[in-house]
Write a protein that binds this ligand. Sequence first.
Ligand SMILES: NC(=O)c1ccc[n+]([C@@H]2O[C@H](COP(=O)([O-])OP(=O)(O)OC[C@H]3O[C@@H](n4cnc5c(N)ncnc54)[C@H](O)[C@@H]3O)[C@@H](O)[C@H]2O)c1
Length: 250
Amino acid sequence: MGEWQGRTAVITGGGRGFGKAFGTALAAEGAHVVLVDIDDAVAEAAAEEIRAAGGSADGVGGDVTDEARMAAIMEQAAAVNGGVDLLVNNAGLHSDEYGQPILKMGLAKVRRLFDVNVLGVVCCTLAAHPHMKGRAGASVVNISSSAAHMGGSAYGDSKLAVAGLTITFARELGADGIRVNAISPGLILTETIRNELPEATKQRVQAMQLIPGDGIEKDIVDAMLYLASAKARFVTGETLRVTGGMAAGV
Ligand SMILES: NC(=O)c1ccc[n+]([C@@H]2O[C@H](COP(=O)([O-])OP(=O)(O)OC[C@H]3O[C@@H](n4cnc5c(N)ncnc54)[C@H](O)[C@@H]3O)[C@@H](O)[C@H]2O)c1
């Protein structure tokens, strides 16, 4: 029996991209996974794919900024195996629309960006906490971004706050036996990125990498599996950069 048998993982933004890949990998290792997405149709479709492959999954609709909805989802998720063992705070706004200069986006868009990317992490962590407390090996993995370490964008600033919250929650939840870590992905060719990213931007970003070539979803999935596993039992408050060396620095 693998480490994930009989354990439950809740993954936000679970309907596509990294979230779906996290859910697929954890379910293949025996976890019951709950995929939460603002787009309920993609959450349900992703869960159906996992079930068709023999895994255990539920897809549920919900906005990570909705306190009551997240509390209800965590409660429902906890009922399956008696608690929540892993929360992956992955949902985030990162489309071109939210990658613009602040002067162009204006307050309303910046507010929504921070609401989802930053307060969404707080909302889901608070909702999951009562169900994670005291569970052996419980942990939270937040998804930050290489943009956090490079400066100069509201999106990067929102992800810098995620790295900060990772330290703060690691301190606050440590007493309850919950580890909290983050991953800062570099340029990873998810379906959304493949469809949206201009070739020139891809080449400019990849020119900054120390390891040439495309970052793929599996690179981030493997980092998540490590941070959430017993192999990382002594690791908390860290943000692991998986960028091909793009964001190398102090
Ligand atoms: N792909 C990359 O290269 C890359 C690099 C660095 C960081 N990231 C971060 O990784 C995370 C996932 O990225 P991805 O490429 O898989 O994105 P994606 O856009 O393919 O998927 C994100 C999912 O989150 C959902 N979502 C958006 N807002 C939500 C909300 N308020 N509540 C619940 N669900 C919501 C979307 O419906 C979508 O299904 C994001 O936080 C992103 O900022 C991605």
